[in-house]
Design a protein around this ligand. Structure first.
Ligand SMILES: Cc1cc2nc3c(=O)[nH]c(=O)nc-3n(C[C@H](O)[C@H](O)[C@H](O)COP(=O)(O)OP(=O)(O)OC[C@H]3O[C@@H](n4cnc5c(N)ncnc54)[C@H](O)[C@@H]3O)c2cc1C
Length: 396
């Protein structure tokens, strides 16, 4: 694996850097905090990138991808993290899109892919149900064929940003014969269809990010079935592989460590900057070493991808280590800001008449700490990822 950048790569990096500088909206800078953003805010960078043709670097060129090499995609991620741009929502671009162009029929590709790229369709993920999270194959939402439609009844939970969604991709049970995995289908459902109710769940950080979705006699055209009936588990696992690799967030963790170091330089401990405290410095160093190791694992995965090998069970390693590091950085940041970290300040935009307490960098640190507890749960909990690694990677 050759990690040095060629002259072309460096020229590409400069082009990307300049493009971000010229086009990323100034008022969105450093606001990668979805809970305080409107739907329009979340879509602004998406639309700018779509116009430039850069919104889906990992898609094949024929479907609207950029045709960038693996190195260029890496540079793209690094430069976005460095500049603190708004992270694009993964549901359409990284999760559903690849399922549609890999397993969908021509009509589905023609209709859905351009709308994912343009941001016209905001997608959400309808996998989990009460009682079916880790044991996803036990899901009970039923889809019964009725002429040219399916009639869907069931209850989804933890559906991220469903309050804004135009469409939901759902796993539904179409058969109760045989193993539970063999009776699941992958269905695309328009959120405007009568019978769908979205109910908010407010999380410990005070934000509205997740929801329950109730489906009551929802009539879905059978043409919205991806691939074959009862083969949905295969497509679902393919999607989860992409979801897990995407959760690693190496470039953004690198930026977060830099911010943490800045705070540790500004905060005083026993009359000295906190960064001079050996115990604290050791904690930062250990985290940084783990992050570098993870970065090389990610580069190895990208190299395999450039040889045409899709993300395999090693994406579970990226998921576990990436999320542990993200959580550790938020813990250390909370520790660094000390007492100010105990104050739950309202997020930007939520309330206008409060007086800020403490330094600017302490704002939102507690919310971020609480919010990041989710990362070791969503996308398949880390305990389950460890089971997958034990079985599929280590052969135990
Ligand atoms: C913030 C957030 C956003 C989410 N967004 C979405 C979304 O948009 N769409 C969606 O479909 N889902 C979403 N999820 C759901 C997420 O995928 C599930 O929460 C996750 O799969 C875990 O399932 P569960 O919550 O039912 O926990 P359980 O499966 O009940 O697990 C509880 C605990 O037991 C452990 N455990 C369970 N079985 C085993 C085992 N065999 N071996 C070892 N340990 C085990 C788990 O690891 C966990 O620690 C989201 C979750 C969160 C927290």
């Amino acid at each position: 694996m050759d990690l040095s950048f060629s002259a072309d790569d460096l020229a590409f990096r400069d082009e990307v850097r300049q493009f971000i500088e010229d086009n990323f909206p100034a008022e969105l800078k450093e606001r990668d905090d979805r809970a305080s953003m409107s739907k329009e805010d979340m879509l602004r960078w998406h639309r700018i990138l779509h116009k430039k043709g850069w919104v889906a670097p990992s898609w094949p060129k024929e479907y609207g991808g950029t045709g960038w090499s693996v190195t260029q995609r890496y540079i793209w991620g690094e430069e976005n993290a460095r500049a603190g741009t708004t992270a694009l929502l993964p549901f359409g671009l990284s999760m559903l899109g690849p399922v549609v162009y890999t397993f969908g029929n021509q009509e589905q590709k023609d209709y859905f892919l351009p709308r994912i790229l343009s941001g016209e369709h905001w997608w959400c993920q309808g996998y989990s149900e009460p009682g079916s999270g880790s044991d996803l194959a036990s899901l009970r939402t039923r889809a019964v064929r009725d002429g040219n439609d399916y009639i869907v009844n069931g209850h989804k939970i933890w559906t991220t940003l469903a309050q804004h969604a135009d469409w939901i991709f759902c796993l539904v049970r179409t058969s109760t014969e045989g193993k539970p995995q063999t009776g699941i289908s992958f269905l695309l459902i328009d959120m405007e269809t009568p019978g769908i109710t979205v109910r908010p769940i407010i999380t410990i950080d005070g934000s509205h990010e997740v929801n329950e979705v109730f489906l009551e006699d929802v009539r879905v055209p059978a043409k919205n079935l991806i691939g074959e009936e009862n083969k949905g588990w295969t497509y679902a696992k393919f999607l989860l592989g992409n979801e897990r690799s995407g959760i690693a967030g190496v470039a953004r963790s690198k930026k977060a460590i830099e911010q943490l170091k800045g705070i540790a330089r500004a905060e005083m401990s026993d009359g000295e900057p906190l960064i001079n405290d050996n115990d604290f410095l050791n904690k930062i160093s250990e985290t940084e070493i783990d992050l570098t190791a993870l970065e090389y694992t990610e580069l190895r995965t990208l190299a395999a991808e450039s040889r045409g090998e899709g993300p395999g069970p090693e994406s579970s390693i990226l998921k576990v280590k990436g999320t542990e590091i993200q959580q550790r950085i938020t813990e250390l940041t909370l520790e660094a800001v000390g007492y100010y970290g105990m104050i739950q300040t309202p997020r930007q935009g939520e309330m206008s008449n409060y007086t800020r307490v403490g330094p600017d960098y302490a704002e939102g640190v507690a919310q971020e700490y609480f919010n990041m507890r989710k990362t070791s749960i969503y996308g398949g909990s880390n305990e389950i990822q460890r089971n997958i690694i034990a079985k599929m990677v280590l052969g135990l």
